[in-house]
Design a protein around this ligand. Structure first.
Ligand code: PLP
Length: 458
């Protein structure tokens, strides 16, 4: 068997209802052809994001009942710290309510106006938090990542030559830290190799810069290292994780991803002085450092979820399910981004709907068609999300790629759901000529994709 079946059985079910095409036609029009405005109840398979959408285990739910809601020193806090330290190993651990708050704390203490922060590729919130400090986020991912059809086992890697050039050019104190995102979400959930991390870590030491990891999907990344990198096959995931984090000085984490919970995050770091400053800010922004904006029961669910997230059987199923969907689509000739990453399959909308010009938002048109025809929600990552209107000419400038992301929530949908998604997309591909383009009728000045309203072009 190529793909492992679900390593769990189902104890509680949440009914999902399939609406009619007529209902969905009305709903998508009412939503202004924006899937963020749809009521979630009208969706059959929701692939909008893998963040905070995981199903918790019976073990985690049992932990929820053991929540100690003491304001300070809750027993769940100690479990949380013990669990985080067993995997990540860092000295100081601060809970936060999401990953972005951990970023906010770290950059508040480290980044000054004009500072440059290199990363393989910044995630949106990381980039926004660097910009918020008037810093300069710099993406230094390898060239291969920009080509949707180029196969590479570690397509999320940092271009270390470019990094070294930056470190040579900039005054050392202008680069407050080096970051690496694993897996590299913004280029398709592509993994980073241990060799690449080792090289970045060595450069950080050579130029005396701290090295931090954006660790949201670290377990999926460790699984790819085990499967693909020479010397790691058969090695334990926890052992790989420990080696990986020993290369860094700290990490930011959204446990809404590989922590298998619905809310939470943390900042972990070795430097005591920075940790103290971050803890002071944490009190101001999130809460006392033993709860950091979370309930005691949340901390317990995280403590347990993190351990389940590094289980090799779970990871083989998790990454296997995403690749199963990718294979079904690829074998049917659907244009997808290759290789398939850890948490999502990306449709290449430019190739899927070649009859639509960029001005008519083929990615958004495809996402809306997928909802109308099959009650599946996906997200456009293309012209609507990243396009910018030139203030002088009024003309749109589009990003290179026009994609639709199918992000797979963890432990939520079965292989039959994946088959349903694949068959629906194949059916839509057969009838792709009928998909109409879209035009914007209302948009906000920033992050327009969340609230924009569009209409069909006849
Ligand atoms: C989700 C995510 C974040 C931010 O985490 P939130 O919990 O959504 O605030 C940061 N970096 C990466 C790579 C992510 O995927």
């Amino acid at each position: 068997m190529r793909f492992p079946p679900e390593p769990f059985r189902i104890k509680v079910v949440e009914p999902v209802r399939k609406t009619t095409r007529e209902q969905r036609d009305r709903l998508i029009r009412e939503a202004g052809f924006n899937v963020f405005r749809l009521p979630a109840e009208s969706i059959y398979v929701d692939l909008l994001t893998d963040s905070g959408t995981s199903a918790m285990s019976d073990n985690q739910w049992a932990g929820i009942m053991l929540g100690d809601e003491s304001y300070a020193g809750s027993k769940n806090y100690y479990h949380f710290v013990e669990s985080v330290r067993s995997i990540f190993g860092f000295k100081n651990i601060l809970p936060t309510h999401q990953g972005r708050s951990a970023e906010h704390l770290l950059f508040s203490v480290t980044v000054r106006p004009g500072d440059v922060v290199p990363n393989n590729t910044h995630f949106d919130t990381t980039r926004a938090n660097v910009l918020h400090r008037q810093g300069v986020p710099m993406d230094l991912v390898i060239e291969e990542a920009h080509d949707p059809e180029r196969e590479h086992p570690f397509k999320g890697n940092m271009n270390t030559q470019k990094l070294e050039r930056l470190l040579q050019q900039e005054d050392a104190d202008r680069v407050p830290l080096i970051m690496m995102t694993i897996t590299n979400n913004s280029v398709g959930g592509q993994p980073v190799s241990m060799e690449n991390l080792r090289c970045v870590s060595a450069l950080a030491k050579k130029y005396h810069r701290p090295f931090f990891i954006d660790a949201c999907r670290f377990a999926e990344n460790c699984y790819f290292i085990q499967q693909r990198e020479p010397g790691y096959s058969g090695r334990d995931i926890q052992e790989i994780a420990r080696e990986l984090f020993s290369l860094a000085d700290g990490c930011t984490m959204s446990v809404k991803k590989d922590g298998l919970v619905n809310i939470g995050g943390f900042l972990a770091l070795n430097d005591d002085a920075w940790a103290e400053q971050c803890a002071d800010l944490l009190i101001l922004l999130e809460g006392f450092p033993t709860y950091g904006g979370l309930a005691g029961r949340d901390l317990e669910a995280i403590a347990r979820g993190l351990q389940e997230g590094v289980d090799e059987g779970y990871l083989a199923y998790r990454v296997g399910q995403v690749h199963y969907l990718g294979d079904l689509l690829d074998q049917a000739g659907i244009p997808i981004v290759k290789p398939v990453g850890g948490h999502a399959v990306f449709l290449n909308a430019k190739k899927f709907l070649p009859h639509l010009p960029r001005e008519q938002f083929p990615g958004q048109a495809l996402a809306c068609a997928l909802y109308r025809e099959a009650a599946i929600r996906a997200i456009e990552i293309g012209g609507l999300m990243f396009g910018v209107r030139d203030p002088h000419s009024g003309r749109e400038q589009f990003p290179e790629l026009e994609l639709v992301r199918l992000a797979i929530p963890r432990r939520v949908y079965t292989s039959m759901h994946m088959q349903y998604v694949a068959e629906s997309i194949v059916e839509l591909y057969r009838n792709r000529k009928a998909v109409k383009g879209l035009r914007i009728v209302h948009q906000a000045p920033l992050l327009r994709h969340f609230t924009a309203r569009l209409e069909e072009v006849d």
